[in-house]
Structures are given as structure tokens and as C-alpha cells.
Design a protein around this ligand. Structure first.
Ligand SMILES: NC(=O)c1ccc[n+]([C@@H]2O[C@H](COP(=O)([O-])OP(=O)(O)OC[C@H]3O[C@@H](n4cnc5c(N)ncnc54)[C@H](OP(=O)(O)O)[C@@H]3O)[C@@H](O)[C@H]2O)c1
Length: 235
């Protein structure tokens, strides 16, 4: 039986894995809000999907800017009665590799604000809509590089920000389980995007599918987990 259409917000939806998530979910008939920090890039992405006969809505949202998060939440509350899924996908990777011994304060600050603080504040701001849509979900797009169990030197700012996102995922999962909202972290794998680079092992289609499967294949009852294509991975 086909699942009923869900209303789903994707951050950083204008390119890479975020755009692919919007594409795959729109093909399944869901109501997609594609958000981006640039109105131009966001609307171009909406137009790209429209050429594929996929209709998605646009929302202006800079996840590194608290005022933008609040404004986007107000805008969404006018447009929607419920939100079933929030996908915190937007992230930055300012320095490829990079040791903890020389990571700059700016990189630590910027990655934390975008990759960790943004998802937390956005989840807070959208709680009324998520509660109205329960059982609902928050999916935090994380990375193997954020796994505490697999910490090696390199990718310092990014890895720390994603480990902190994983910690936030667990805190949110605990706080939101009684309210009917599941919260999981998901790694898309190493994907050929601007961030992942050309040598990455997975196509953007596969990377997107690894996140979309949290909606199509993972039950609402599963919360507080860190997932990859083949199931749970170590925090
Ligand atoms: N690619 C990989 O191998 C890989 C591996 C593990 C995890 N991930 C995770 O997967 C997610 C998507 O990565 P990707 O490979 O698709 O990266 P990408 O191609 O660099 O795309 C990143 C997206 O995030 C957006 N973004 C960045 N900062 C933002 C902000 N402040 N507000 C709103 N949007 C913002 C970008 O918008 P602009 O176009 O405006 O910059 C872009 O749409 C990220 O969470 C990343 O950490 C990726």
C-alpha cells in the first residue's frame, strides 16, 4: 500500500544531496518544501525540478542565521497546518581534511553554527508544526566523520560539528519521544557532490536514497539511532 503524502522540509535543498532528497521524495508524491539560503539558487532548483514535472515549494532559510530561522518558521506556520518531517541537511565543510592541531577558530565557529546550532534552533522553532503532524520525524544528516567511535585526526572542524550534531540528535530524541516525534541521525555515505568531491564512492542518487529510506523504510518507532544504508552505525 502506498504511504500517504507527507509534508517535508529539506534544508540546503538547492544542490547536492539536499536537491536529490527533494527530487526523490517529490517523485513519491510527498509535499516538499525546498529551502535554501539564496533565493536565486533555491528558485533555480525549484525550476529544475519543475522541468522534471516535479512540483515543490520554495522557502528562504539560512540555517546559520537565527533571524532567518525565526522568519522561516513564521512563514511556514502561515502556509502549513502540519509538518511531518524536518530534514536538517544543510552543512558546510570549509577545509578539506585539516588537523585538530591547526584548525582555526573561525572554522570551528562557522561549522558549529551551521552544522550543529542551526539544526537545533530550527527543530525548536518548528516544534508546534511537528507536534501537529505527529507521528513526525526529525532527520539530522550527519557523517561517519562525526562518529566518536571512529575519530581519527583530520576533518577537525567538520568532524567535531557532526559529533556535536549526533549528541544533539540524542538529546532531541529523548526530549521529543514523549511528544510523538522521532529523531535520528543519518549518514548518506561518501557522495559525489561539491562537498564530497569527484573521488567519492557513491552517486548523488545513492546518497539521497540513503536519507530518503529513513522515511520510506524506517518505522516511526525507531528513534535515537545513527543510521547508514545498511542499518545502525556506532555513535
Ligand atoms: N557528500 C558527502 O560525501 C557527505 C558525506 C557525509 C555527510 N554529508 C552531509 O550531507 C549533507 C549534504 O551535503 P552535500 O554533499 O550535498 O553538500 P553540498 O553539495 O556542499 O551542499 C550543501 C548544501 O547546504 C547548503 N548550505 C550550507 N550552508 C547553509 C546555510 N547556512 N543555510 C542554508 N543552506 C546552507 C548549501 O547551500 P549553498 O548552495 O547556498 O552553499 C547547499 O545547498 C550535509 O549535511 C553533509 O555534511 C555529505
Amino acid at each position: 500500500m502506498k504511504a500517504p503524502p507527507q509534508t517535508i522540509l529539506v534544508t540546503g535543498g538547492n544542490k547536492g544531496i539536499g536537491l536529490e532528497i527533494c527530487r526523490q521524495l517529490a517523485r513519491l508524491g510527498h509535499h516538499i518544501i525546498l529551502s535554501a539560503r539564496s533565493e536565486k539558487r533555491g528558485r533555480e532548483a525549484v525550476a529544475t525540478l519543475a522541468k522534471e514535472n516535479l512540483k515543490v515549494e520554495f522557502l528562504l532559510l539560512d540555517t546559520a542565521d537565527e533571524a532567518s530561522i525565526q522568519a522561516a518558521a513564521r512563514d511556514l506556520t502561515k502556509r502549513l497546518k502540519v509538518l511531518h518531517v524536518l530534514i536538517n541537511n544543510a552543512a558546510i565543510l570549509p577545509t578539506w581534511a585539516g588537523s585538530i592541531l591547526n584548525v582555526k577558530a573561525d572554522e570551528l565557529r562557522d561549522t558549529f553554527i551551521t552544522n550543529t546550532l542551526g539544526p537545533i534552533l530550527l527543530t525548536q522553532a518548528l516544534l508546534p508544526l511537528l507536534e501537529a503532524g505527529k507521528p513526525s520525524r526529525v532527520i539530522n544528516v550527519s557523517s561517519q566523520l562525526g562518529s566518536i567511535e571512529n575519530m581519527t585526526d583530520g576533518w577537525a572542524g567538520y568532524g567535531i560539528s557532526k559529533a556535536a550534531l549526533n549528541a544533539a540528535t540524542r538529546k532531541l530524541a529523548e526530549a521529543l519521544q514523549p511528544r510523538g516525534i522521532s529523531v535520528n541521525a543519518a549518514s548518506p555515505g561518501w557522495v559525489r557532490t561539491d562537498m564530497g568531491g569527484e573521488s567519492a564512492t557513491l552517486s548523488v542518487e545513492q546518497g539521497g536514497k540513503n536519507i530518503v529510506r529513513l522515511i520510506t523504510d524506517v518505522p516511526h518507532s525507531l528513534t535515537n539511532s545513527f543510521l547508514e544504508a545498511n542499518g545502525e552505525i556506532p555513535w
